[in-house]
Design a binder for this molecule. Sequence first.
Ligand code: ATP
Length: 312
Amino acid sequence: PRGTVVVLGIFAADLAFRAPRLPRIGETLLANGFELGPGGKGSNQAVAAARCGADVKMISRLGADAFGEIARALWGGEGIDLRFVATDDAAPTGAAFIYVDEASGHNAIIVEAGAAKKLSAADLGAAREVIAAADIFMTQLEQPIEAALAGLRIAKGSGVRTILNPAPAADLPDEVWPLCDYATPNESEAGAITGIEVSDLESARKAASALVERGVGCAVLTLGAAGVLVHSAETSLHIPAVDAGPVVDTTGAGDAFNGGFAAALARGEAPERAARFACAVAGLSVTRKGAARSMPSLEEATRLLARTGAAG
Ligand code: ATP
């Protein structure tokens, strides 16, 4: 069985400008490169989960514009169910300004969720039946928190397992944590949520314990090239990252992980095994440029796991 994953989240057209520095106010600077690509955490995660074999249903809002058409074409091409994707005539599709610092390769980003800012509890209520019938409900924090909370409540109330990727970092009400079977922050998000600076495995365990104390079923901390920590009241397991070749672009690594993790859980894999699979998915994604575009297929990830001997 493929398993069904319902994703609440946004699409954003990523507009990446490569330049030597940020312009000052009032200044116009010539860039040295531009790329337009599909982004948005929810969209990236949905694409990753679909490529990893899940039956994915998207809950989102787009504008009636060219970027919205790009989103629909992307999702449609991946076989993602668009019945709960609304089009708004009065608001733009999400977009992100990405400044890529030429010298360091580091970036600075402004995201505007656009029409997806209007995602509300009512949108989640309208999708109640598909959420309740899913294997996994997954969301992030680029759309309003009320929408995320509503989705998590419906899922939890129907016995559907939930994943919250608490990104970007935001102030969250205490009630959110007991609604999360899995919370998947990266190091800086885990630090922002718990107040514990995560710099190594020991501090990661402390932060993960703090999340479990707040009510999270299983804290899954992604640690970049150091892999992932899967931590619950019963177990604490460090899973190393998977080396799939030279690292080209880590954009979307976290999204690849979340999409792969959701797909594996949805088809019935245990959390530890699902996290191993997700590390292979993320490991492959960092060897390619782009976010949604860099997501590997189920076959690629499975082959890599078999080769690296971590499939068990
Ligand atoms: P991003 O913001 O770049 O999308 P993130 O900060 O959300 O990523 P990370 O913790 O950096 O998430 O990475 C997520 C997962 O991707 C890691 O748990 C790991 O499995 C994989 N990963 C990240 N960087 C590397 C790397 N250099 N080599 C192999 N795997 C990596």
